[in-house]
Design a protein around this ligand. Structure first.
Ligand SMILES: [Zn+2]
Length: 506
């Protein structure tokens, strides 16, 4: 018994020696982050004043100029707006209104889909219900749609559970489960060949255009009151082209309950009329999309870098307070805290506010390719920064507080992270989860063999990203305060190590 506990103690002490916690620095970080937090102000400015930030929009350009000023105010060095790819023309919605005027008056909630054109002035249009699945269905509607608005998608099933049950924080039991077993991956069965008779959305929209339709209405969200608005089908393929955008029909997403009301009226063969106006501003010149970066310079190892970041771009129907303005606020606040407490990190600490994440993780991928490279990809190769890179920490799973961190299948960092979460036990930051998680800006780093991590975050209420309902008011400010403190400490400790953070063997 004695011997066992001796061995246990030795192991524990070893872990502490290799990856010590600098408790005095943690105390300073906690004091600054909890007693003089500026995160609510930062989040409010971004969501209330800057608003939505669609990649490459004028909104985004304005916001990036603000980010530069904010980084200057915090006292960062080497602040830079770095272009990363040719990203087509800008698109901004400048005015929208939609009302049902027959058979009953109702203000309708909707939003234009990105990279679609506006319409000429304010128009009153007859609305018809369309049900097109196969090529044969097209014939039913030929010659009948000129000058009309079409309800192009089927009635949307409403997700009632979401409203009845709400969203709950993780229980200790659930966290234990996550730490012990991998998250279930949804199995991918064999995919049958695509049915050549089916009509895809691009083909369907082109048919509407050829038939003289004025505007396409659709609803693809089952969340009450929410419009989930993305981009025009095909926009990514034609690289957000001006001509393709102008040639397309106006396309409007409507909340499911308003949309379904129109569908049900149409199914009774009762005429529907809407009053609609859409104004958009479409750029004339193709431009580069850009990331914003800033640094706290390191000391003896200043050529090496530890990074933290979040995507600054959003979808366009709201300021997207949760996705991902909350992540950006956390990372900016973490940098502010580190500057305010006057840390002198050995390695350079660099913040990145990415763009083009929502369209396919473009900003971070291009950044990794350019600065670090990818030795396993012969088209990219290894770049100068590869060996001078230590780690990247990202936030993009909503505004919930950190309850742990995912190892991203890198067992070699378990010891470090086990040590560094110790000062945050009181904040319920306790879980080390082995598995890899995906779908955001740490992935390009991970794919290149570079350590990059997402924290395990509580699921909290609010309306979630990609909707018209994602505003300041639903963000749990205390949660993101804690996150800023935790990520500041993780980044600091990574920057102070003797060695770079260990990488996966393979
Ligand atoms: Zn996101």
């Amino acid at each position: 018994m004695k011997k066992l506990s001796f061995i246990f103690c030795t192991l524990w002490l070893n872990a502490q020696e290799s990856y010590p916690v600098e408790w005095d620095v943690v105390a300073n970080i906690r004091e600054e982050g909890f007693q003089r937090s500026e995160i609510a102000n930062t989040l409010s400015y971004m969501t209330d004043v800057l608003g939505a930030r669609l990649t490459n929009s004028e909104d985004m350009r304005r916001a990036q100029d603000w980010a530069v000023k904010e980084m200057q105010r915090i006292g960062l060095n080497n602040i830079e707006i770095e272009p990363f790819m040719d990203y087509g023309v800008s698109w901004d919605n400048t005015f929208f209104s939609l009302h049902m005027i027959e058979p009953d008056y109702q203000t309708m909630v909707g939003y234009p889909i990105a990279h679609t054109p506006g319409i000429n002035g304010r128009q009153k249009l007859e609305v018809v219900r369309i049900d097109i699945k196969t090529k044969a269905d097209l014939d039913k509607y030929r010659g009948q749609l000129r000058g009309k608005a079409v309800l192009a998608s089927p009635q949307v099933p409403i997700d009632q559970n979401r409203y009845r049950d709400g969203v709950k924080r993780y229980t200790e039991e659930q966290l234990k489960d996550i730490s012990e077993k991998p998250l279930p991956k949804s199995p991918r069965g064999p995919r049958g060949p695509a049915n050549p008779e089916l009509v895809g959305s691009e083909e369907r929209n082109a048919f509407f255009k050829a038939e003289g339709v004025e505007v396409i209405l659709e609803s693809r969200s089952g969340w009450i009151a929410a419009v989930r608005g993305f981009a025009r089908p095909g926009a990514k393929k034609d690289k957000w082209d001006r001509k393709e955008t102008l040639d397309h029909l106006p396309l409007v997403a409507v909340t499911p309950e308003h949309y379904n009301r129109m569908v049900r009226i149409a199914e009774r063969n009762i005429p529907i009329k809407i009053d609609i106006e859409i104004q958009t501003k479409i750029g004339r010149k193709r431009r580069q999309a850009r990331n914003v970066l800033g640094e706290i310079e390191g000391a003896d190892l200043k050529d090496q870098v530890v990074m933290l970041g979040a995507h600054f771009d959003t979808w366009h129907a709201s300021p997207n307070a949760s996705d991902n303005t909350s992540g950006v606020a956390v990372m900016l606040e973490a940098m502010r805290i580190l500057k305010a407490v006057g840390v002198k990190p050995r390695r350079t600490i660099r913040i990145a506010l990415w763009s083009g994440e929502e369209q396919g993780i473009h900003g971070s991928r291009e950044y990794v390719n350019k600065h670090f490279g990818n030795p396993t990809n012969p088209n990219v190769g290894k770049k100068g920064g590869y060996d001078r890179y230590s780690a990247y920490f990202n936030q993009d799973y909503g505004p919930g507080q950190y309850r742990g961190i995912y190892l991203q299948d890198n067992e070699h960092v378990r010891q470090a992270f086990t040590s560094w979460i110790r000062p945050f036990k009181d904040l319920k930051m306790t879980t080390i989860a082995a598995q890899s998680v995906g779908s955001t800006d740490h992935i390009p780093f991970d794919r290149a063999g570079l350590p990059a991590f997402q924290f395990l975050q509580d699921r909290v209420g609010g309306t979630g990203g990609h909707t018209n309902l994602d505003f300041y008011d639903t963000i749990p400010i205390e949660d993101i305060q804690k996150n800023a403190v935790i990520v500041a400490s993780f980044v600091y400790h990574t920057a102070m190590l003797e060695e770079r953070l260990p990488r996966k063997e393979k």
